[in-house]
Design a protein around this ligand. Sequence first.
Ligand SMILES: Nc1ncnc2c1ncn2[C@@H]1O[C@H](COP(=O)(O)OP(=O)(O)OP(=O)(O)O)[C@@H](O)[C@H]1O
Length: 706
Amino acid sequence: MGDEDWEAEIIKPHVSSYVPVFEKDKYSSGANGDTFNRTSASSSEMDDGPTRRDHFMRSGFASGRSLGNRDAGESNKRENTPTVGGFGVGKGFGNRGFSNNKFEEGDSSGFWKGYQDGNDSEASGPSRRGGRGSFRGCRGGFGLGRPSNEYDQDEGTQRAGSLFGSRRPALSGAGNGDTYQSRSGSGSGRGGYKGLNEEVITGSGKNSWKSEAEGGESGDIQGPKVTYIPPPPPEDEDSIFAHYQTGINFDKYDTILVEVSGHDAPPAILTFEEANLCQTLNNNIAKAGYTKLTPVQKYSIPIILAGRDLMACAQTGSGKTAAFLLPILAHMMRDGITASRFKELQEPECIIVAPTRELINQIYLEARKFSFGTCVRAVVIYGGTQLGHSIRQIVQGCNILCATPGRLMDIIGKEKIGLKQVKYLVLDEADRMLDMGFGPEMKKLISCPGMPSKEQRQTLLFSATFPEEIQRLAGEFLKSNYLFVAVGQVGGACRDVQQTILQVGQYSKREKLVEILRNIGDERTMVFVETKKKADFIATFLCQEKISTTSIHGDREQREREQALGDFRCGKCPVLVATSVAARGLDIENVQHVINFDLPSAIDEYVHRIGRTGRCGNTGRAISFFDPESDNHLAQPLVKVLSDAQQDVPAWLEEIAFSTYVPGFSGSTRGNVFASVDTRKGKSTLNTAGFSSSQSPNPVDDESWD
Ligand SMILES: Nc1ncnc2c1ncn2[C@@H]1O[C@H](COP(=O)(O)OP(=O)(O)OP(=O)(O)O)[C@@H](O)[C@H]1O
């Protein structure tokens, strides 16, 4: 699975399990609305005196969640309850049916009992959805069945009838293939969360583009306004250019094989000087601490400078962002871009899209850094923030627009952005941007009125993974003569991450997690779980264990998500429990460990998750809990990823992989999971990153892709 919004939800949230945002304040006594509202039911378990409360305050965790309480008197209890902390607002933590499962087997703590009790009533409540029960599939314990397909069949129905239900959108079940089901989060007025990890485009009619923001702000879907305005980015030069050190393995990048396919690829460059960038850019590169190009930069920069379309695949943390930003900025400078001025309709030269809000914000900060001192103005817009704020940012001038897809389409729909001047279209995490979650939106984008055809614009696709089928889809976006750069093995894991797979059953995971985290101490650790609810649950649990933890997932408000990330970045909370929303792209200094409490269902997601550590030549560790009850399908691709990255492969994993052998998946090809090469099968050249690329001598058969 890997995409929380395709929702292997622990259990579908009952409508009433959410406290709508607009009611939140009534339950909150904290000045900022970040309150932890303990209920009497949970207080017997949770309110065990100052220590625990202090811990919650320290960790900034678990506000507004009633742990295991679903009764009708909840709101009163909340109002009477002291509040602490800064984590999570307005969620009834209780869920249905936990009492029936074995998740807490053997755990007689009051907390769990309260949790169970709180859920009992819900489990038998009238609103419990038939058929699903609380415990889907084979995961048992946590009720975490993996859905058989990415779009949970029930979701549309539930969402359609639910004002405050899960925000996971679904393609409309109404039979109109062009219409997207509105996220129910729009009803709650909160940032939406697209089929995968981000905001959804909602539609009330055929081919219409609407969003949570529109629904929430324009009022045709009932709900409170999204009012969150993100804090402005730092203005001082030191903060703009703050960076972390490259690691001991940075120079080893030079030994990685690079494959370039397609016609007439320009030779790679070996130094920044060879790129012949303007002085301001060179100054910014130096201030950013970049002295040497990474392989993906050596190859991509000259390709982009030559005006070619590009699909580039390089390991996590190896500098893909600068690989596209620098040549785009160089072009803009070369073309004598004029400072954009206040205008109601802005026409950016470059649009960059990425699947998550935090990632697009990070890309924006990079764009701002590299364009420092130039007249190029970068702007970022993303869901979960006030639409008016996005518009205000844009109208002040916009050369580079960094956006998540939903917000981008909103703004285009509001005619604040014209596409006529677009020369560069960048899809970061391109495989995700083109898959069934975002692919339809991206297609809409390229067919929007005014958008230059692919022949007239330069399209750049970057990711660490590029499954074959996605590469084929990409043909629609790229000129037929695009170049393909593969640094190392397409879809391979970063070798600087030491990977360990432990066989841990569902019921032993928490104990093992605590054991590992205690050994780790204060080192920064990301813990990935499969669902939003479980993220809250595990984060709460860790806080109870006195491990300062925060969490990030798609059901948290944007402000909370940013706060959580901030607390993690600065080390206030050294443990971040996350869903796959944080799997891709996030570049956080000093993340030394990644723990897959739950493995994702797709191997590419695994590669991205563990890539949050071991970045830019630094080393990192990834520990994954493999539950044979649910993860056997991953054994084969895991063995492949481990062996490709020269990691130890446990014998037991090999045995499982062998016994679950899937024809068509061999040691040398990744079947549908990974492409080992450019799927056009053009002749390619293998080089180490230190040498110049030669060119593909043969034509490639890519016409049929148009
Ligand atoms: N040439 C370079 N020299 C030094 N640091 C660099 C260089 N290029 C990139 N970096 C730094 O390396 C880190 C990782 O870069 P970036 O986030 O672009 O990786 P990525 O390949 O996009 O990773 P992911 O696949 O996870 O998205 C960033 O902190 C970036 O500033």
